[in-house]
Design a protein around this ligand. Structure first.
Ligand code: ZN
Length: 156
């Protein structure tokens, strides 16, 4: 049983980018495999179909994924500016309009990649809180407190 754990899916970075469960690195986190099926872009499974790891480990958990999405988007924009500068070039001269081509390219690429960035952000965010469990087949996933006790008290 233990020998089967060293299968193709053992690279943490690749599995995170593929939006797989950080605990078992096998189950898929999202309902639809296609991020561009926009009605289901953010639809996540309640738990990992393979190891039963909950995907939303507390209320509002994925709010923090916005920080990851922001960082990824900035990295993407910087990469596009550098690539454009190297491949096509631009200056900040008033007579050089190439900077606008660069800006348009960056905006289009960011808009086009938003569904992918949002999914990968959630995957990265979850992987920051849930670590790989080599013995996931024989040990149960943690259960999490899913309600806010302070909020519950205030309601009464
Ligand atoms: Zn899993």
């Amino acid at each position: 049983m233990k020998a089967q754990n060293t299968t193709k899916s053992s690279n943490a970075l690749i599995n995170t980018l593929q939006c797989k469960c950080p605990r078992c690195r096998e189950g898929k986190l999202f309902v639809s495999a296609n991020p561009y099926k926009l009605s289901q872009t953010m639809a996540m499974k309640k738990e990992c179909p393979v190891c039963k790891q909950p995907t939303e480990i507390e209320v509002g958990f994925y709010t923090g994924a916005a920080y990851v999405a922001y960082a990824l988007t900035v990295a993407l924009a910087v990469s596009i500016f550098v690539a454009y500068y190297v491949l096509i070039g631009f200056t900040f001269s008033i007579n050089d309009n190439r900077i606008f081509g660069c800006l348009a390219t960056a905006v289009l690429a960011i808009v086009a990649l938003t569904p992918v960035v949002m999914r990968v952000s959630r995957s990265i965010w979850l992987s920051l809180f849930v670590s790989y469990e080599p013995e996931w087949k024989t040990s149960d996933a943690n259960s999490y407190e899913r309600t806010n006790p302070i909020g519950m008290e205030a309601a009464h």
